[in-house]
Design a protein around this ligand. Sequence first.
Ligand SMILES: Cc1cc2nc3c(=O)[nH]c(=O)nc-3n(C[C@H](O)[C@H](O)[C@H](O)COP(=O)(O)OP(=O)(O)OC[C@H]3O[C@@H](n4cnc5c(N)ncnc54)[C@H](O)[C@@H]3O)c2cc1C
Length: 328
Amino acid sequence: MIPYTRPDAEKLILVLLQARAGGVHPLSLELAGAARRLAAEGDFRTAGVFFTGNLSAAAETALGTCGLEEVWVYQDERFSPFIPELHAAALVRCAETLRPGILLAGATPEGRSVAPLAAVPLETGVTADCTDLAVDAEGLLVQTRPAFGGGLMARIITPLARPQIATVRYGVLRGAEAPGKTRLRFAGAGPLPPARTRIEELAVSNGASGDDDDDAEYALVLGGGIRAREDIGLFKQMGESLKAEVFCSRILVERGWFPQSRQIGLSGRCIAPRLLITLGVSGSVQFMAGIQGAKKICAVNTDPLAPILRIADLPLICDLYQVAALFP
Ligand SMILES: Cc1cc2nc3c(=O)[nH]c(=O)nc-3n(C[C@H](O)[C@H](O)[C@H](O)COP(=O)(O)OP(=O)(O)OC[C@H]3O[C@@H](n4cnc5c(N)ncnc54)[C@H](O)[C@@H]3O)c2cc1C
């Protein structure tokens, strides 16, 4: 193929929509809403693409009301189970046809694997794990993401190659959904390259996958202020009393007290609960990258200068063990 560049691209934002639990991933619906906002900023049209082995009624309803102008639904049994290279090949074909100026995908394990695989044949790049998106006065996508270990937020543009591809982390666009009637267009997948990957067995995840897709309403995050491994049970009990999922900062993973899949932050996962309670977490920039979508934050720390207390809706300067004692 001949890669297309800025002058050849359509003023179109294409969203890679992703299936989840028989429906559509909530992050895809957030991306659809964000695409509409960006389209208004830069005078773009919007479209989505959805690859499925078997389109469920729930997915069809969600796609039909996601708010994009149209969604291309490619139904083909080769799309299930998920094989990244097949989804990427189909996405490349779709991009070659529609020639979007911007292509957005979720920073889920699926989106993170498909986006770069598609970028290579399209001869463009990917800005991975964005935390914010905007369109500048020239109509370029401004992609914000933490850089240099989270020490600064980089604003990245792709001036020449098209599409400008960005993956976006879960939770950071929470509330962006903009439901509205969407025209569904059905198409065949056509010839796809033979997959080099063969799925032998699908194992059910026990939550150790590290997916950024936790829908916990309430979350408790434990940090370096926890004194001993034996104390973890106390906080798990507190989590149970509050019906809160228990996570940790990286320091507790390094101490070997939690698996990496429970780590929140830049090199961990993102969560976006209604209420987040942190216990003994200082609030490093790397940690904060994982909690941007949290609606309300209650932070417990003995150090009045701890950065987390500055961003907390309810900062509590006290001993975390005193707080845990309230939940016997
Ligand atoms: C490239 C890179 C990526 C990283 N990615 C991540 C990441 O994804 N996630 C992450 O978390 N970190 C990450 N880090 C590490 C990060 O920089 C911090 O070291 C880490 O977040 C510190 O964890 P913490 O705040 O829980 O622990 P600490 O820094 O040890 O802070 C403990 C806090 O607990 C308070 N405290 C102590 N005792 C009590 C008590 N009894 N009651 C109440 N408060 C108390 C202290 O005042 C202190 O503020 C990364 C670092 C790098 C360089």
